[in-house]
Write a new protein. Structure first.
Lengths: 183, 586
């Protein structure tokens, strides 16, 4: 299901029609074996959506990893997801960046475009407009690197489609709250 | 305090002793030989050898639920661990504290498809509260102590500790980590005071209040049950119990409405539907209780007390959520109620009780008695009458007999009723009864069983014989998987697909084969004598009671229906067929 579809998708709970919402949730966990499997298993086992998920260690000294998960569901489901995550033993903190103040979301993408002639020039021109960088080049291909919001990256990919797009690799969303406060 | 280096297996045993463990239920195998060797060399922990690893977990559950302590299981790698999975899932669903130690192939063989290797932590991850693979001897003591803390605290549950064989054999110093604070897991026990004040406000104003109490009260400890009983009596509110909450409030108290839910009491379900204030204490709005969600208690304000925040607003939206341990919450409610000298709304409450008494007058447990065939309800009434003045524990298997036992056997105290509620595991009752009997050697422990369920862990008769645990199996033998047959009758046009118990053993001879005593009753007039004989016979006894093959379990909320649409008996059943929406539900 694409995001646009999922946003329009309505579900019934308790006889009340509830809107599906998209949330970005940050989960601080102990960086130990199996922790990612616990989080992913929770989502698949309980039938929750994962739109994207990223994970990396962010504090080597305390062995903290940060998982950023973008999910969608009714407000009741989103509440469940957060409570279920908090129940996992190696989870230290769960923060819903979508509701707890303003936040930033970024994603990184690598896009490979193959072609020659006018299409090749056009892809370079559009990449320039999007402030994408060329990180690899042959006579008949480019690899572009770009960071930005999910929407911007998707728009770029769509434009590259007719210009010889052959491969895409993207990281999924990482997010952080705005302002001086840390979570 | 550091000491001389000892083996990982010895560290495990030392940690278990420091955790107060007296009994382990288990089955040996290649990957746990060092642990069994360490067990052999000590005499503080008693090992009970079961005949199947699933039964080890159920026995540990029986031990845990009847004592309030953590049950401990020891099984080998591969098939030992996979056989334990059903028991672990059962313990998870019913929030029973169990620590299960599993052997594992040596660390250098993990991932190689070694003999008796299974990805135990992978397999058990979704069916445990938490699990560990201990890859280093340095972590053994810390992990064992942490496993007990995680298992028993907060909402209790099963924890698996997977111990590779080389880790059991390596040497390290033992350090006691018993009181170490956990770096991320610290469940909230004390409730927010302001929420308690609001709850008491609602209670004092309520016109049609109802306590709806569950297994969380039992898990919180006997003190919680006593405090809750005091609170219920102080308010004079009616109190209904879930299947798992039976015994948390005395059944003989006139304020008790008995069990709620699919096969609960008519008065309980109608009170749930019509109340204006529902005070849920330690229950989880399970689908067996709520029936059709859209029609669940439509006019009530709902208070929900639970130690697990993920239980709140999961199935039913509540108005006031109080996270905390039931014992603490009820103690605070009592204190606030008394400090304010609060009084219930007496006039409204009297009218509410008038209504409840009208529902009670329907006598929903009535059945057609017979002089020729033994009605299952009659058998249980006679059983209850014979045991009620003794120290009795009842376990059950799963099905019609389980519901009849819940309806006809009354409990005055918590921890005396043990049944597989969440998972509905056939084969639970016998091993659980053995676990109870190990913890309470002098008590009368009875597994109320069906002839189909009992076959699922029948091998445990051997365990009971070995340890001379005098458990009694009371088989309500109707020659059918009764609940399956009942649903096939109600939902599938009486097409009894594969639900007949064919080729049953002669249970009396089977008893004799295992060194038990076997008894049989076929006529109602024999019931009292047989029950008396069962109680008076020392050692384990099977009673094979030939009950009415066609009897269905009532009252019943048909699936997909609301609380006020209960069927009281076979005549109702014809009048209101199950909706198509209900057909897809289980």
């Amino acid at each position: 299901m694409t995001k646009a579809q999922s946003l329009r998708h309505l579900t019934k709970g308790e006889g009340v029609t509830q809107q599906i919402e998209r949330h970005t949730i940050s989960v601080m966990v102990d960086n130990e074996a199996g922790v990612l499997a616990r989080v992913i298993g929770l989502f698949s086992g309980r039938g929750y959506n994962i739109e994207s998920l990223t994970v990396a260690e962010v504090d080597a000294q305390r062995h903290f990893s940060r998982i950023t998960v973008v999910t969608s569901g009714t407000p009741m489901i989103i509440e469940q997801i957060k409570n279920q995550l908090r129940r996992l033993v190696p989870v230290h903190r769960v923060t819903d960046l979508t509701v707890e103040g303003p936040s930033l979301e970024r994603e990184l993408i690598l896009v490979k475009v193959k072609g020659t002639g006018e299409k090749r020039v056009e892809s370079l021109r559009i990449a320039d407009i999007f402030r994408a960088r060329v990180v690899d080049s042959t006579i008949e291909s480019f690899v572009f690197e770009m960071t930005g919001s999910t929407e911007k990256l998707t728009a770029f990919v769509n434009l590259m489609q007719p210009l010889g797009l052959v491969e895409v690799s993207r990281t999924g969303v990482v997010a952080i709250s705005r302002g001086p406060e840390a979570i | 305090m550091a000491t001389e280096p000892i083996t990982g297996a010895d560290i495990v045993i030392k940690a278990l002793v420091d955790q107060g463990v007296e009994v382990i239920f288990g089955y040996p195998g290649g990957a746990v030989l060092p642990l069994y060797d360490a067990l052999f060399k000590q005499n503080q922990i008693k090992h009970i050898l079961v005949r199947h690893e699933q039964a080890a977990v159920h026995a540990a559950e029986g031990y845990a639920r009847s004592t309030g302590k953590v049950g401990v299981v020891l099984v080998t790698s591969g098939p030992g661990a996979t056989n334990a999975v059903t028991g672990l899932t059962d313990a998870l669903m019913d929030s029973v504290p169990v620590v299960c130690l599993t052997g594992q192939v040596p660390t250098h063989l993990i991932g190689n498809d070694a003999f008796q290797e299974a990805d135990t932590t992978g397999i058990t991850r979704p069916v445990t509260k938490h699990n560990y693979l201990v890859k280093s001897i340095n972590d053994v003591s810390r992990v064992i102590h942490e496993a007990f803390h995680v298992s028993r605290s907060g909402r209790p549950g099963p924890v698996v500790v997977d111990l590779p064989k080389d880790v059991q054999q390596a040497k390290f110093e033992y350090v006691n980590y018993a009181n170490q604070r956990h770096r991320s897991y610290n469940p909230q026990l004390k409730p927010d005071r302001a929420l308690i004040e609001r709850a008491v406000d609602l209670m004092a104003k309520a016109e049609r209040p109802l306590f709806y109490i569950g297994g969380g009260v039992v898990n919180s400890g006997t003190a919680a049950s006593q405090l809750l009983t005091e609170l219920v009596r102080l308010t004079g509110f009616p109190c209904t119990q879930t299947l798992m909450g039976l015994g948390a409030f005395p059944a003989s108290d006139p304020l008790s409405l008995g069990m709620v839910g699919m096969h609960g009491m008519f008065e309980s379900n109608h009170a749930m539907h019509d109340c204006d204030l529902m005070i849920n204490i330690g229950a989880r709005f399970d689908d067996r209780v709520t029936g059709k969600l859209a029609a669940f208690s439509p006019g009530s304000t709902k208070i929900h007390v639970d130690i697990d925040p993920s239980s709140i607003n999961k199935n039913v939206h509540v108005d006031l959520a109080i996270v905390g341990d039931v014992g603490h919450v009820v103690e605070d409610m009592l204190r606030v109620w008394k400090a304010r000298q609060a009084k219930p709304n007496g006039k409204a409450l009297a009218a509410w009780w008038d209504q409840i008494n009208k529902w009670r007058a329907r006598e929903c447990l009535r059945y057609r008695p017979s002089n020729d065939v033994i009605k299952p309800q009659y058998a249980l009434q006679r059983l209850y009458d014979a045991i009620k003045d003794r120290d009795y524990y009842i376990t059950t298997e799963v099905g019609q007999h389980q519901m009849w036992a819940a309806q006809f056997i009354k409990f005055e105290k918590p921890n005396h009723w043990l049944t597989s509620g969440g998972l509905g595991t056939m084969g639970y009752g016998l091993p659980a009864a053995i676990g109870v009997q190990i913890a309470h050697p002098e008590a009368l422990v009875i597994d109320v069983a069906g002839e189909a369920s009992i076959m699922m862990n029948i091998q445990e008769m051997s365990t009971a014989a070995q340890y001379r645990t005098p458990v009694k199996i009371f088989i309500m033998n109707n020659r059918w998987m009764g609940m399956v047959r009942q649903w096939q009758e109600l939902l599938h046009g009486g097409r009894y697909s594969e639900s007949y118990s064919d080729a049953l053993p002669d249970f009396v001879k089977l008893a004799e084969a295992f060194g038990w005593t076997g008894l049989r009753a076929t006529k109602p007039a024999e019931m009292d004598d047989i029950i008396k004989k069962m109680i008076e016979t020392p050692g384990p006894v099977i009673v094979d009671v030939a009950v009415d093959e066609k009897e269905n379990c009532f009252p019943m909320i048909p699936s997909g229906s609301a609380h006020n649409e209960m069927l009281l008996g076979p005549d109702d059943q014809k009048a209101s067929p199950v909706s198509e929406e209900g057909m897809v539900l289980v």
